[in-house]
Design a protein around this ligand. Structure first.
Ligand code: FAD
Length: 391
């Protein structure tokens, strides 16, 4: 009989309230019942399971932390556990959810007017409307704070948007895409809600990715794309406002990394009890046990870090730099943990059917998106030394 498969070694979910724990378990059930059976196939075919959106909507978990606008409300800690449960089975699904609930809804919540919030947030909460977030460009990734090439120009009651965006998750099918652009008049970053079908907006699927293949990333081209002033995010005046969104979502990526690491660790632990060599389960070998314990040590450390970060968020004291530190640490350790987990599978570790290969590949994207390790490290470096190392 295999041991209980449980990567929450310090029993952190014990600190959720009974109601929150129930929601965590509902998400776990959804992932195991509906996502797990199709996760490898979707990944292999680079297909997003659109058919699951209504079932995911029934969980009533989008935009939990945004007060008002029909949000069911929940703590950042609960949101962290939800994200972890998703990534524990399929990091692509947690990414889809992070773009919808974090990046897209967050842009409207932190930077939109009351009217914009009421128009979009309740429908996005119910997942009747799906969002995307377009910040990165073909020539501008890490340097988005000062270097956006996509421009906007006021033209009477409208704006004209021109440029390209790359890597934009959900954008091939989203009902709305938030586009960040530099104003040609005052040189500041502004945000726009670009609705599906708008003339001058083209989203092409990026093919042949080796990570998060289930996520539909798009290359967006904006050609004299006309957006009404009504669809400009009214409370965004500079990149500082965009950063408010990223602060919260970087904490979410830390939890995604925890989920990815936990899923990989649990798969490896289970496999080690079932795979026999030299007439014994490989879990009985000292070196294999040592590897499992190394993984569990790092997993427990990053879980504890993400847990505490969420407590700071719930208290309202989390800083951008604290979120960056957790994003760096959690994604870095996850990359190592999934590598060790794959080792335990030997050759089977590179076969999709054993699940582990997907975690290894997906950890690469977590390590890079929402600010690379270097960029988030420089944010923390600037904080602790008082010296900016950015060019
Ligand atoms: P670059 O900026 O070109 O960096 C290349 C390397 O140079 C990195 O190692 C980087 O750390 C290093 N580097 C750059 N500047 C410095 C410096 N000053 N000091 C030291 N090192 C430096 N973006 C969106 O807007 N919306 C999305 O939905 C979205 N989804 C994504 C999904 C996936 C799967 C991926 C892979 C990316 C996604 N992104 C998205 C983009 C992501 O945020 C960027 O890839 C990331 O910010 C890095 O930018 P880049 O790829 O252009 O790398």
């Amino acid at each position: 009989v295999p041991p209980e498969i449980n990567g929450d070694y310090y029993n952190l979910s014990r600190f959720l309230s009974p109601e929150e724990r129930e929601i965590q378990l509902k998400v776990r059930e959804f992932m195991n019942e509906h996502v797990k059976p199709i996760a490898n196939d979707c990944w292999n075919k680079a297909r997003f399971p659109m058919e699951l959106i209504p079932k995911m909507a029934e969980l009533n978990i989008a935009g939990l932390t945004y007060e008002g606008y029909d949000s069911p409300m929940g703590s950042y800690l609960l949101e962290g556990f939800i994200t972890m449960e998703m990534a524990r089975v399929d990091t692509s699904i947690s990414t889809f959810f992070g773009v919808q609930s974090g990046l897209a809804m967050g842009s409207i919540y932190f930077c939109g007017s009351e009217a914009q919030k009421w128009k979009w947030l309740p429908a996005m909460q119910k997942m009747e409307k799906i969002g995307a977030f377009g910040l990165t460009e073909p020539n501008v990734g890490s340097a988005v704070a000062g270097g956006l090439e996509t421009t906007c120009k006021r033209d009477g009651d409208s704006w004209l948007l021109n440029g390209q965006k790359k890597w934009i998750g959900n954008a091939t099918f989203a009902d709305l895409t938030i586009i960040w652009a530099r104003d040609l008049d005052d040189n500041q970053v502004k945000g726009f809600i670009v609705e599906k079908g708008t003339k001058g907006f083209k989203a092409e699927k990026q093919e042949d990715k080796m990570a998060l293949r289930t996520v539909q990333n798009a290359l967006i081209t904006l050609t004299n794309c006309e957006i009404s002033e009504e669809n400009r995010l009214q409370e965004c005046n500079s990149f500082k406002d965009t950063s408010k969104v990223l602060k919260a979502t970087r904490a979410g990526v830390a939890w995604q990394a925890v989920g990815c690491a936990r899923g990989a660790y649990e798969c490896a632990l289970e496999y080690s009890t079932q795979r026999y060599q030299f007439g014994k389960p490989i879990a009985s070998f000292q070196l294999v046990q040592d590897l499992l314990v190394q993984m569990l040590t790092d997993l427990t450390a990053i879980q504890s870090m993400a847990f505490h970060l969420s407590k700071l968020q719930d208290e309202g004291t989390m800083t951008d730099q604290q979120a960056s530190l957790a994003k760096v640490a959690c994604t870095k350790h996850t990359r190592e943990i999934v590598g060790h987990a794959r080792e335990i599978f030997g050759g089977n570790g590179i076969l999709l059917e054993y699940n582990i290969a997907r975690f290894v590949a997906d950890a690469e994207a977590l390590y890079t998106y929402e600010g690379t390790k270097e960029v988030n490290s420089l944010i923390v470096g600037r904080d602790i030394t008082g010296i900016s190392a950015f060019v």
